[in-house]
Design a protein around this ligand. Structure first.
Ligand code: ADP
Length: 267
């Protein structure tokens, strides 16, 4: 099954601090109904960006968190037994196509391979969704827009997008916000004072510098926000850093010790 969240038009736009000209690119893609791919590490603001843009443009949004069991049927729909009758029930992608909504597939490479098959006819100028099971061929309603995200950093060659799929999307490269911008974001999200937020963001950038050596992934903005939330709630800085910025990064005891040494050296 798909974990789906629907937000309707008129929702208040969640706070998003632009890193570059990504809002203009999104608006241009939306104006022309072009599919958009957001590339970047986990927790750097991609989902927040899409939620912000959909609300700003006053558009309904279906957000689908993809996972390795998610199949085309979860997106498109299936026949279900209801009160002794077999009825067709649209999946979230089909609903978005019919309603002319924005459909966001978060971490699309996690999904099963048959998902790309249903995306292809939607991402070229046909803009159709064929429903094999019902024989229907749905033309995307005006306003339908497909947005997908993926993290090119994962060290799994099997979990990458095929060029034939990638080349159907406009793409924006995301990364963690620059230091001052990230400080603003963390302050805004948590209310922690500038000095303590600045120290955390500096530490996050140091830890990001270790990516590829001891760590597969750097600390995400999301984790910095968690950490600042714990500190604002009264937890000691050391405990909060260990819980939100060290333990989530690695299970290796030696690496953890090394990272905590770095923390002690900085604080
Ligand atoms: P992703 O989808 O890339 O995994 P999210 O969009 O969930 O990451 O971002 C994680 C959190 O980081 C968000 O909930 C938000 O609080 C914060 N965040 C990251 N970048 C920004 C930004 N540019 N503006 C506002 N908040 C941001």
């Amino acid at each position: 099954m798909a974990a789906v969240k629907k937000t309707t038009e008129g929702a208040k736009a969640p706070f998003y601090s632009p890193v570059s000209d990504e809002c203009d690119v999104f608006e241009a893609a939306e104006r022309h109904g072009l599919p958009l791919l957001l590339k970047g590490p986990t927790g750097c603001g991609k989902t927040r960006f899409v939620a912000h843009m959909a609300a700003k443009l006053g558009r309904p949004l279906y957000t689908i968190a993809c996972h390795d069991d998610l199949s085309a049927a979860d997106l498109v729909g299936r026949y279900l037994l209801k009160g002794g009758e077999t009825v067709w029930v649209d999946g979230p992608l089909t609903r978005a196509v019919r309603e002319g909504a924005i459909c966001y597939l978060d971490e699309v490479v996690e999904a099963r391979k048959d998902v790309t098959v249903v995306l292809h006819p939607l991402t070229d100028d046909r803009r159709i969704l064929p429903l094999d099971k019902t024989g229907e061929e749905i033309e995307a309603a005006p306003g339908f827009m497909l947005v997908a995200s993926y993290n090119p950093g994962y060290q799994n060659i099997l979990k990458t997008l095929k060029p034939s799929t990638r080349q159907r999307f406009l793409s924006i490269d995301f990364d963690f916000p620059a230091q001052d911008r990230e400080i603003d974001i963390v302050e805004h999200e948590t209310g922690l004072d500038t000095d303590r937020v600045t120290a955390l963001v500096r530490l996050a950038n140091k830890l990001r510098g270790l990516k590829g050596q001891d760590l597969e992934e750097g600390v995400s903005t999301r984790l910095v926000i968690y950490c600042a939330t714990l500190i604002a709630d009264g937890m000691s800085v050391e405990r909060a850093i260990r819980t939100a910025m060290i333990e989530p990064l690695t299970d290796d005891e030696d690496v953890k010790r090394g990272l905590m040494d770095l923390v002690t050296a900085i604080y």
